[in-house]
Design a protein around this ligand. Structure first.
Ligand code: APR
Length: 231
């Protein structure tokens, strides 16, 4: 039977595409108070500031391309039953060709009604405070902000629990509940963590092989490893 692979990706995954991470030097939060631009309180206080922050990020995303690491992951679908659980709000996994992606923190190229969170729309231009849907509802970025529920969490947990192979890529493992997902792994799962500056992850159910590399280089070595071990 096809093995189940779950990838847990963070901002470092898209770094080679030219998208800034959050917590590295010069990161996205530098110069921004996180709670001002990425929380319900910040949204209440200053919608223009929040919209401007995401408009800039959306515009930048449209100029970026998937990198080698995204492409390598998409290829792994030929060999494994693959699920990508990403904290990233970009669409680079999709554009690289991965077909099963769970966006834990929402998607930059979507907006939703502030009155009904189920009304979600594709959106690639700037979002303005005056924009409304056909029912007259105001719109907000389709992003999970600090302090908000993570609607896809249970879904992601169910895949991690069944995974034979887990690859964590490019995350500082500082933001919960995303960082807690690895704790649902099976004890015999084969797990890797690729990051240029890997965090220390304690008390995981399975052993984690740490690979202190850029996403693309680390992935190539894992793929070799998997091939050599006929995994
Ligand atoms: N290859 C691999 N890893 C990299 C690379 C690279 N080229 N460049 C940077 N990294 C690593 C950093 O060492 C760091 O551990 O990527 C990680 C990025 O960490 P963060 O900036 O904290 O991003 P992430 O973990 O995805 O943040 C989680 O926090 O701000 C919120 O909602 C936001 O989804 C985000 C969440």
């Amino acid at each position: 039977m096809e093995k189940r692979l779950v990838v847990l990706s963070g901002a470092g995954m898209s770094a080679e595409s030219g998208i800034q991470t959050f917590r590295d030097a010069g990161g996205l939060w530098e110069g921004h108070d996180v709670m001002e631009v990425a929380s319900p309180e910040g949204w209440k206080k200053n919608k223009e500031l929040v919209l401007d922050f995401y408009n800039q990020r959306r515009r930048q995303l449209l100029t970026c391309e998937p990198n080698e690491a995204h492409l390598l992951l998409a290829e792994l679908e030929q060999y494994y039953n693959t699920t990508i659980v990403t904290q990233n709000v970009d669409d680079l996994h999709e554009r690289a060709g991965s077909s099963h992606i769970i966006h834990l923190h929402g998607e930059l190229l979507k907006v939703r009604s502030v009155q009904n969170s189920k009304l979600i729309y594709p959106w690639s231009k700037d979002l303005h405070n005056t924009d409304i849907n056909d029912l007259g509802h105001k719109l907000r970025p389709h992003i999970v902000w600090f302090g908000e529920m993570v609607p896809e969490l249970e879904n992601a947990v169910s895949y991690v629990k069944k995974a034979d192979i887990i690859i964590i890529i490019g995350t500082s493992m500082q933001v919960y509940p995303a960082a807690s997902l690895i704790h649902y792994a099976k004890p015999n799962a084969l797990a890797y963590y690729i990051d240029t500056n890997p965090a220390i992850i304690n008390q995981t159910p399975c052993k984690i092989n740490i690979i202190a590399e850029k996403a693309s280089i680390g992935l190539k070595s894992i793929i070799n490893d998997l091939k050599n071990n006929s995994q």
